[in-house]
Design a protein around this ligand. Structure first.
Ligand code: G6P
Length: 610
């Protein structure tokens, strides 16, 4: 997730910008840059890699500036490199941006025909060219920016400075975070408060669709669509710097769980067209003609990503009717898999650097398969070595236990399955638009689902001293049982097992007694009645039942000691909604047991060794 900083005031802007960027490092980044005004105009310094590289590149120069903007880039469009690092510039306009401009391909083509030359692969660069274009037509800086914003679709927080009006910063917010810091004759803009907390605790949070015009005299905020001034009250921040980095959450894991509505919205942004009833395949490097020829799919991954793969099998086979095999990467690489012609191998990896997944990916290519990587990190090894990439755009995940990366992988698999089904003629346009409509409601439903947190915490209090935990699910939610169990053991060190509920009587039923909590996933699907029978089997043996079911389901409640009721969605998206209470349960149990939630013992975020 990119980080923005901006400063205007009486102090030297350069150390303030560098410091601000360092405070935003926790957001994850792969390149950085700053732009600041000197007597002869704006200077821009950028580099791939860490902020210390940026510092090194300007060290020794006697730089002073009263205004500047800076950026840490978490790549979304274009690999991490100096050219793709922000700030971007066109004429005298310099821009930093956090978010995704969905329609940048069209805007870029249009600007190119007008003679604009682009020097990066980013979506951001269209913004400065657009503003510059309007300025050339005689519009003021403010009006040119407003006019440019009128073209942008997507999510953005933007900072802009202009050589011809060097006494102001324009800052814009639309669905990406932006906060303004208020000092004495000095002002800051940033993606997050820690960037300037050292200098001021007084802040303004602009709302979506608002633009702030900032000079050393003050801040004027307006709605840029209606061109109407608005008043926003200042707030005093009382958080400590560490609390501020976590957005007020106690742990990164909890913050990331709560970021899911935004992360899912970013994953689906610009990825499909309701009118055309189709997924935009261009970005993934896969053509429909290729999908038509696919006769078998292999899904390969490790850890939580492997659970995504298991769910992906249910989605793809059901929607597109293509046989899928799922493998744990460390097994795939050594089992000499039989890969027939027409096979597509999908590797799923949050980091794009997991050693076993990369080895499996290389093996698949060696055996002649096309490889699609579902990955969160732009420029990672997996993304570079695959034929096509579906980036999940969920932003960096810091907590070792994967949450938002998992649910955005499932979102990506949902879109892929629809694309595949369309290519194979297995879904009608009407069915596809229904699937898209449900997907569009997903971020809001996840937001509603998160309201279960209080109830989950109570359950965690009741069970946090247990030694074992059993999770049961069936069908597409069976892998969610595995995921719930994995999370609990990873971060709370309670022994937990996930099982397909129908298999219970072939083993785990022997474990059930009065001390054994059993969490059962009971959505309203084709195996609902079966799951109720499994719940009966647990209940009659004295097990403590916790049911996760869909709103309005009284039957599940009557079968269990605790019931967590979740918003209803379609069959394929239920795993996303149902993973929320399970991730929260693991989180609260671990907190109650005073475990190190974000860095559990012996585990690593990215396992780059075999
Ligand atoms: C580690 C992490 C897990 C992750 C797994 C696969 O074990 O702790 O959270 O699911 O690696 O990582 P990947 O980056 O390939 O998805």
């Amino acid at each position: 997730m990119c980080g923005i900083i901006g400063y205007i005031g009486t102090k030297n802007a350069i150390p303030i910008l560098i410091n601000g960027l360092k405070r935003l490092e926790y957001r994850g980044y792969d390149s950085a840059g700053i732009a600041f005004l000197q007597v002869n105009g704006f200077s821009v310094s950028r580099c791939a890699g860490k902020i210390r590289e940026l510092e090194r590149s300007i060290r020794g120069e006697k730089l002073r500036a009263k205004i500047g903007i800076g950026h840490t880039r978490w790549a979304t469009h274009g690999r991490p490199s100096e050219e793709n690092a922000h700030p971007h510039r066109s004429g005298g306009i310099v821009v930093v941006h956090n978010g995704i401009i969905e329609n940048f391909y069209e805007l870029k083509d249009d600007l190119k025909t007008k003679g604009h030359v682009f020097s990066s692969e980013t979506d951001t660069e269209v913004i400065c060219h657009l503003i510059c274009d309007y300025e050339k037509k005689g519009l003021s800086f403010r009006d040119a920016t407003r006019a440019a914003l009128g073209h942008l679709e997507g999510a953005y927080a933007i900072g802009v400075i202009n050589e011809s009006e060097p006494d102001r910063i324009l800052a814009v917010k639309n669905d990406s975070p932006l906060v303004i810091g208020l000092g004495k004759k000095e002002f800051f803009i940033a993606s997050d408060i820690p960037a300037f907390l050292k200098y001021t605790r007084d802040v303004i949070f602009p709302e979506n669709g608002e633009m702030a015009e900032i000079t050393t005299e003050g801040v004027s905020i307006s709605n840029f669509r209606k061109n109407r001034k608005v008043t926003r009250k200042a707030t005093r921040i009382t958080w400590s710097p560490t609390m501020a980095e976590k957005g007020g959450y106690k742990h990164f894991m909890l913050k990331e769980i709560y970021e899911q509505p935004r992360a899912i919205a970013d994953t689906i942004r610009g990825r499909f067209s309701l009118e055309k009833a189709g997924v935009n395949l261009d970005e993934f490097g896969l053509k429909e003609s290729l999908l038509k020829r696919v006769s078998k799919i292999f899904l390969v991954a490790c850890g939580t990503s492997w659970h995504s793969a298991l769910i992906g099998k249910y989605m793809i086979e059901d929607m597109a009717r293509i046989p899928c095999e799922v493998d744990i990467a460390s097994e795939f690489r050594y089992r000499q898999p039989l890969i027939p012609r027409g096979s597509l191998v999908i590797v799923i990896t949050q980091s794009g650097e997991t050693a076993d997944t990369l080895a499996a990916q290389r093996e698949a290519r060696k055996l002649g398969a096309r490889v699609l990587s579902i990955c969160n990190v732009v420029g990672s090894t997996s993304s570079r070595e695959a034929h096509g990439v579906f980036y999940t755009h969920s932003g960096p995940e810091i907590g070792v236990a994967s949450t938002k990366a998992f649910t955005t992988q499932l979102t990506a698999l949902y879109l892929f399955s629809i694309a595949m089904a369309k290519a194979k003629g297995k879904l009608k346009d009407k069915e596809i638009t229904e699937l898209f409509s449900e997907l569009l409601q997903l971020p809001e439903k996840v937001e509603t689902a998160l309201k279960i947190d209080g109830a989950v915490k109570k359950i965690a209090k009741k069970y946090c001293k247990v030694r074992d935990f059993l999770y049961l699910g069936r069908g597409i939610n069976y892998p969610i049982a595995l995921e719930g169990a994995l999370k609990l053991k990873e971060i709370s060190y309670i022994h937990a097992e996930g099982y397909p509920a129908g298999e219970m009587k072939h083993g785990p039923i022997a474990l059930i007694d009065n001390d054994m909590p059993v969490l059962t996933l009971a959505p309203n699907d084709n195996v609902y009645e079966k799951i109720l029978s499994n719940m009966e089997e647990v209940k009659s043996r004295g097990g403590k039942l916790i049911a996760v079911a869909v709103e309005g389901n009284r039957k599940a409640a009557s079968h269990s000691s605790e019931t967590l009721l979740m918003p209803e969605t379609n069959y394929y998206l239920t795993p996303i909604i149902f993973s929320i209470p399970l991730h929260l349960l693991a989180y609260h149990m671990a907190v109650l047991k005073k475990c190190n939630v974000d860095q559990p013992r012996n585990l690593a975020k990215s396992v780059t060794v075999e």
